[in-house]
Ligand binder design. Structure first.
Ligand code: ADP
Ligand code: MG
Length: 160
């Protein structure tokens, strides 16, 4: 998994990848999504939600900071950390579910310093190198940076 790179041609393929990725996710996991506005962070999260079979349509948590979606297995907690000072502030949001019982997906988590000391799966989303915004088509390149013991032996699920 370390340094694995995946190229995703379309938004639908991004959701399919998220659904496949969900098969290796379990309660307590933290997934950090980085990449500019429109990179596909929320789209990837929609796929993870589909893979976890959570209820509800996943939309950007920008104005609420966090949204939670109950599932038959782990719940999904989807966080927009843009205005979140520290990961501890999540506690103050009064979520119904505990992060230990959830898969937590964080957009804009780079600034949440406390997150960086924990086990986490960081996924960086970018446009393929050498493509300008106006000529790139829809492809995105994902690079996986697993951090911590949790991800040591993780294997990327088959996809596509
Ligand atoms: P972010 O959350 O990173 O700001 P979104 O997921 O909200 O980005 O938006 C990404 C947009 O780009 C969506 O409208 C999606 O349909 C579109 N899109 C096109 N191609 C792709 C791709 N290969 N991967 C992800 N999204 C894509
Ligand atoms: Mg988003």
């Amino acid at each position: 998994l370390v340094g694995a790179t995946v190229t995703i041609p379309t938004g639908d393929a991004m959701r399919d990848f998220g659904a496949a990725l969900a098969s290796i996710l379990r309660a307590g996991d933290l997934v950090l999504l980085t990449g500019p506005l429109g990179a596909g962070k929320t789209t990837l999260t929609q796929g993870i939600g589909r893979g976890l079979a959570v209820r509800g349509q996943i939309v950007s948590p920008t104005f609420t900071i966090a949204r939670e979606y109950p599932g038959p297995g782990p719940d999904l907690v989807h966080v927009d950390a843009y205005r979140l000072g520290a990961i501890e502030e999540l506690d103050a949001l009064d979520l119904d579910t505990s992060l230990d019982d959830s898969v937590t997906v964080i957009e804009w988590g780079e600034g949440v310093a406390e997150v960086l000391s924990e086990d986490r799966l960081e996924i960086r989303i970018a446009r393929p190198i050498g493509t300008a915004e106006d000529e790139q088509g829809d492809a995105r390149t994902l690079t996986l940076h697993p951090v911590g013991e949790r991800w040591q032996d993780a294997v990327l699920p088959a996809f596509g």
